[in-house]
Design a protein around this ligand. Structure first.
Ligand code: NAP
Length: 511
């Protein structure tokens, strides 16, 4: 189908009047804004529900917030940053990096803040959008960059409202609440809970870590970069480029990805041995060690990288509570065995509803099709990017894309490379509507599901990677296959409606 591509490339730029709306000003939305401006489009608007950019890095501000991807790899490929202070970037530095980059590329001028899109409806060949405050907009192309983990999941524990201290979800950390010398309960042992416990273990008078399921912990060092190193990065763009694409890190990511899709590979056995040794060698007390030992395979849940979690849980002020929670009472957390943990603060590190994506936005596609109906069983999209009957709407970090211990920036950049080729079809003036065909999605998704069940994520544990039917909601093939898939769309998988035809249809529906 290169004919389609060649045909449209020759008329590129014909429709520079195209109106783009990008939903969400987190990492992916900012990327879309930068790329659209760089491509020469001037009619671009980003809508952001909050009052600042940053997505997950704006919402999460809990103590210890750190990205487990090395700093220099957690950057846009076109915007290296010599000033990272540590090997693993602290959340606040990432937020500052995105704010700086947004300004540098002029994206800050095209964002409307405090405007949550609540309705997005396809009518007469365009998307009609409405914000919560009542602003209306019309776009030719919508890019949904709404993020994956943005709706906090609150646990169903009785009595939460009765607690007399402070209780909040970790993505809503209340910084007005003093911490030092007080008693805190952290419910949850995902990446978030582990980072918080590690950060607070020496500050609290008492810290109870409520662990429903233990986690495998991958040891990692997190050294500071010296002033000399940072100066060298500033002086030498080649060195900085090298840091961004550090061969050892890239090789590790590739090995890790291959291990995910081949659970019985030597690479996966190697990962298992490392985390097992970490547990054996880091935790002295055999009773605590057994409490912390998972009964499922490493990397089945998202693997946790931590330099100091095992040290933290062995500090005198920390207790790992593995019993079942009965309820929350005014004074603290009551266990099923009757024990009461008296607390001043309860932090709910209980994760996110990972299947929401654009929702709760009300999205209506061609012919009145409702996204909520299409996604009733599970969110699906061809290549994680396009949904049949939702033309000219493309997703960054959409459902069933790659997730794991690697940079989502890299994923979003490859996805953008693919999306811009779909946009070129519309921009050419030849095609009025571009969306994946139903047949292509069916084939893609059935192959994806079969492969996903064979990944390590499907090897027998509970995690946010699993969809409502227990199938890993991820890209289940190698990283290389993802890069190849994103290099150029297979246009035969798309329903392409000629502009003339789409316009005629919309004229009919107008009458
Ligand atoms: P999570 O991985 O979904 O973990 C939620 C935790 O809460 C689990 O331990 C879960 O236990 C527990 N939980 C849920 N409901 C509970 C209940 N009713 N009673 C007791 N425990 C309950 O959430 P997260 O830690 O916020 O992490 C989510 C994702 O965010 C990560 O996997 C990662 O992708 C991202 N993240 C990344 C970083 C980073 O360094 N890059 C840092 C933080 C977060 P069960 O295991 O038993 O269900």
């Amino acid at each position: 189908m290169t004919g389609i591509r060649d045909g449209v490339m020759s008329v590129l730029g014909k429709r520079q009047d195209l109106r783009f709306v990008v939903i969400g000003a987190g990492m992916a939305g900012i990327l879309a804004g930068i790329k659209l401006l760089q491509a020469g489009y001037r009619n671009v608007m980003l809508y952001e529900k909050a009052d600042r950019i940053g997505g997950t890095w704006r919402e999460n501000t809990y103590p210890g917030l750190t990205c487990d991807v090395p700093s220099h790899s957690y950057t846009y490929s076109f915007e290296p940053n010599p000033d990272w202070t540590r090997y693993l970037p602290p959340g606040a530095e990432i937020q500052a990096y995105f704010e700086r980059t947004t300004r540098k590329y002029g994206v800050d001028k095209i964002i409307r803040f405090n405007e949550e899109i609540i309705r997005c409806e396809y009518q007469q060949r365009q998307w009609h959008l409405e914000t919560r405050s009542g602003i209306r907009d019309v776009a030719d192309v919508v890019v949904a960059a709404t993020g994956v983990l943005h709706v906090p999941r609150y646990p169903a524990i009785d009595g939460m409202e009765s607690f007399s201290g402070d209780l909040f979800h970790t993505a809503r950390w209340d910084h007005s609440v003093p911490l030092d010398g007080r008693r805190i309960g952290v419910i949850g042992t995902g990446s978030t809970g582990v980072q918080i416990v590690s950060a607070l273990s020496e500050r609290m008078q008492k810290l109870v870590h409520f662990q429903r399921t233990p986690q495998w912990i991958m040891p990692v060092e997190n050294p500071f970069f010296s002033e000399e190193q940072k100066q060298a990065f500033r002086n030498d763009p080649e060195l900085l480029k090298y840091m961004q694409n550090e061969p050892e890190y890239l090789a590790n990511v590739e090995r890790f990805n291959n291990a995910i899709v081949e659970p019985d590979s030597p690479a996966m056995h190697e990962i298992e041995a490392i985390v097992r040794d970490n547990l054996e060698n880091s935790v002295d007390d055999p009773v605590l060690r057994e409490k912390l030992r998972p009964n499922y395979r490493a990397a089945c849940k998202r693997l946790i990288y931590s330099p100091d979690f095992y040290q933290a849980v062995q500090r005198p002020a920390v207790e790992v509570e593995t019993g079942a929670i009965d309820r929350i009472e005014p004074k603290g957390v009551r266990m099923k065995d009757g024990t009461l943990h008296e607390l001043d603060i309860i932090a709910l590190a209980t994760g996110f509803q990972a299947d929401q994506f654009m929702r709760p936005m009300n999205v209506t596609g061609r012919g009145g099709v409702q996204l909520n109906d299409v996604w009733a069983a599970r969110p699906r999209a061809y290549m994680a990017i396009s949904i049949p009957e939702f033309p000219n709407l493309f997703m960054l970090n959409g459902p069933n894309g790659p997730v794991g211990n690697f940079s989502l920036i890299d994923i979003a950049e490859h996805q953008w490379h693919y999306i811009e080729q779909l946009i070129a079809l519309i921009d050419s003036g030849k095609y009025g509507e571009v969306s994946a065909s139903k047949e292509a999605l069916e084939v893609f998704d059935s192959e994806r599901i079969a492969a996903a069940k064979r990944t390590i994520f499907g090897s027998g544990c509970q995690s946010w990677y699993l969809d409502a039917e227990g199938v890993p909601a991820t890209w289940p093939w190698s990283q290389q296959r993802f890069y190849e898939a994103m290099s150029q769309p297979d246009y035969t998988a798309y329903q392409l409606v000629a502009l003339a035809e789409a316009t005629a249809d919309s004229a009919v529906s107008d009458t």
